[in-house]
Design a protein. Structure first.
Length: 384
């Protein structure tokens, strides 16, 4: 048991500011209050206590080729099966992939991330490699698998269903690349099987303008409209919405993940995050491919804060932005699988304690902190 005293706590799902003590016993937050005090005392002298980060979207396998292919197009970089990423993964040794994923996970741990959602290439073998890599690392991977049987104009749907069921025995869900690579029948089977097993179904939508135009040409629907209609649990990117796309999203119960740095690196656009927030959408935020960006949520948050302000000529609410990296997941369809906690009595202790440099605790995390400024990282696998 220990008590962290004199901290500025960002409590609950709304990250409400409180200058109180926090007591942790056997990995559970048992008390929050000005007079609370049990066990070992840790005086943090005004440090900010923030929920640990969840990286809402990653491809950790391409840690083996950091910055390879820079300046190539989206399709050249990541479109299966012939993108730079897919060729590199196909030619890499298992030990090389595992080692690179371990390094990336340790980098995430040191920068305050305790959960990440990964689109795992390589079928069952790919899922097993990530499970092996994460065994002794204090981080919680949420692994969404995929299989080569999903792709093509006329896939064998029996094989698709068998592959999905096998994947769901060891993975947390299924995540094909995009609607340009799978048929509507395959999309339907993925969603149905994931719902049946209480797992996550996720897909990229509207990452590029060309993806949207191709979808409109083939189906007379945008990728976002197809994503909403298909009822995938999670839609990633939404960088290039059309007409009523954002209204559709705001009226659906699907989770949204944005990846501003990846979109910038691939030169595909700027997600209308300000508009999404105005519509009441509560997205997650992710760093996407490790081949493109570092997995630091600090860097993602600061970049997003400033990009949105200059592009839309309107300030982004820093508390709403920080919620995207911490607590928005707690009230979404994803949380029955992910089980991320808030800083509240009775919840598992999952938080970071970082030095304070700012009069604004939210901007302190977003605009000032780096990994070296974290004093403590608390989660289910790490304790004081």
């Amino acid at each position: 048991m220990f008590t962290i005293t004199n901290g500025i706590i960002l409590e609950g799902q709304n990250l409400t500011l409180k200058k109180e003590n926090i007591v942790v016993d056997d990995g559970i937050i048992t008390e929050i209050g000005k007079e609370s005090c049990e066990g070992k005392i840790i005086d943090v002298d005004g440090a900010v206590i923030c929920p640990s980060f969840i990286n809402g979207h990653m491809h950790i396998g391409d840690s083996i080729i950091k910055d390879e292919g820079y300046s190539l197009s989206l399709a050249e970089m990541v479109k299966p099966p012939n993108g730079v990423k897919h060729k590199a993964l196909a030619n890499a040794e298992d030990e090389e992939i595992v080692s690179a994923m371990k390094d990336t996970m340790w980098e995430m741990v040191k920068s305050g991330t305790t959960h990440f959602i990964d689109y795992r290439e390589g079928g069952i073998k790919g899922v097993k490699l990530l499970k092996e890599a994460s065994k002794e690392i204090p981080i919680n991977p949420i692994i969404l698998g995929r299989d080569d049987s999903f792709y093509g104009l006329d896939p064998d749907l029996k094989k698709v269903k068998i592959a999905i069921r096998k994947l769901l025995k060891i993975a947390d869900g299924i995540a094909p690349s995009g609607f340009g690579e799978i048929t509507d029948d395959v999309a339907q089977i993925i969603v149905e099987e994931c719902n049946k097993h209480d797992k996550i179904s996720s897909i990229h939508v509207a990452e590029s303008e060309s993806n949207q135009l191709e979808s409109l040409d083939k189906f007379n629907k945008t990728e976002i409209a197809k994503g909403v209609e298909s009822d995938f649990t999670q839609l990633v990117h939404l960088t290039n919405p059309k007409s009523d796309d954002l209204d559709l999203i705001s009226k659906s119960n699907q989770n949204v993940v944005v990846c501003p740095r990846a979109n910038a690196t691939l030169n595909v656009g700027i997600v209308p995050l300000n508009r999404l927030l105005d519509l009441g959408v509560k997205p997650l935020i992710g760093t996407d491919n490790v081949m493109l960006n570092s997995p630091s949520m600090f860097r993602e948050l600061e970049f997003t804060l400033k990009l949105m302000s200059v592009y839309y000529k309107d300030y982004l609410n820093p508390k709403q932005l920080l919620q995207m990296a911490t607590t928005n997941v707690c009230n979404s369809r994803l949380n029955k699988v992910i089980q991320k906690s808030t800083i509240s009595v009775g919840s598992p202790a999952e938080f970071i304690v970082s030095n304070s440099f700012s009069i604004n605790p939210y901007l302190n995390i977003i605009n000032r902190c780096e990994s070296k400024n974290i004093l403590y990282i608390i989660n289910k696998k790490v304790n004081i």
